[in-house]
Ligand binder design. Structure first.
Ligand code: CP
Length: 278
């Protein structure tokens, strides 16, 4: 059963994990438990007072060492609405700017009796590293091109509102797969829940070996990806993670991989998702 917004903090009983680092080791039951819990808590937003005491007495530190709008605001609002005390640090406003290591930052935060650390970092594995050198609970808010588990949980929660079951569902993820932590986390969540995933993009943006490693199909043809899909997720091109041009031009990319009104006319039942910058 999902935790209730009006009960004390006991929602972790059904979770085998202490941290949220990536979804690779989360079971379908655990993911479903998180989705059910999120759905329960979403109802709090419709109340006159959008706050419940679930995390009263808990301190949450947000360390955002990469830009963020949605994730940073979401975590801050969620922590506040769960009655946690919150503090936040950015790279430019912290001693990281003066050369402090991530480990030292975390140790200092921990010494101030912080219970949970929300970390966004450009280095893949930074949250995993932190989980090994502090006692705080670590929540990954996006680490390099590796994982963005909370974005994927939100995406599958959104999908669940439009479908009956993930079993037999086909989701096509289109775009810059190579640099997408959102694609990786969505693949983990979706395949664990029983959906099939097809990755589509220019060959230069489809990592070699990913199909076998993650149990997905790949195609460089947008029509093929849309023909077999119930849901299509369009990713943005992550220019900030590319040192060299992986496609000739934006115009060329759009000609081959842009989803147009014509695609929508041909696939009237297709659900299109665009999760936004990540
Ligand atoms: N979806 C997402 O991660 O957006 P931000 O980069 O704005 O946090």
């Amino acid at each position: 059963m999902a935790a209730s917004p009006d009960a004390s903090a006991s929602g972790s009983a059904a979770l085998a994990h202490r941290h949220l680092l990536d979804l690779s080791t989360y079971s379908a039951a655990e993911i479903t438990h998180i989705l059910d819990t999120a759905q329960e808590f979403r109802a709090v937003l419709d109340r006159p007072v959008r706050q419940v005491p679930t995390l009263q007495g808990t301190t949450v530190a947000s360390l955002f060492f990469e830009p963020s709008t949605r994730t940073k605001l979401s975590f801050g609002l969620a922590a506040g609405r769960l009655s946690a005390e919150t503090v936040s640090l950015s790279k430019s406003g912290s001693s990281v700017k003066k050369g402090e290591s991530l480990k030292d930052t975390a140790r200092n935060v921990e010494a101030m009796k912080v219970d949970m650390v929300v970390l966004r970092h450009s280095s893949p594995g930074a949250p995993h590293f932190l989980s090994r050198c502090t006692d705080s609970v670590i929540l990954n808010a996006g680490d390099g091109a590796h994982a963005h588990p909370t974005q994927a949980l939100l995406d599958v929660l959104t999908m669940r509102e439009h479908i009956d079951t993930f079993e037999g569902l086909t989701v096509s993820i289109i775009g810059d797969i190579t640099h997408s932590r959102v694609a990786r986390s969505n693949i983990q969540a979706l395949t664990t829940l029983g959906a099939s995933v097809t990755l589509c993009g220019p060959a230069t943006m489809l990592p070699v070996g990913m199909a076998d490693a993650m149990g997905v199909r790949t195609t460089t043809r947008l029509d093929a990806a849309l023909d077999q899909a119930d849901i299509a997720m369009a990713l943005r091109i992550q220019m900030e993670r590319q040192d060299e041009g992986l496609f000739p031009s934006v115009r060329e990319y759009h000609a081959q991989f842009g989803i147009t009104m014509e695609h929508l006319r041909r696939h009237p039942d297709l659900l299109i998702m665009h999760p936004g910058p990540f």
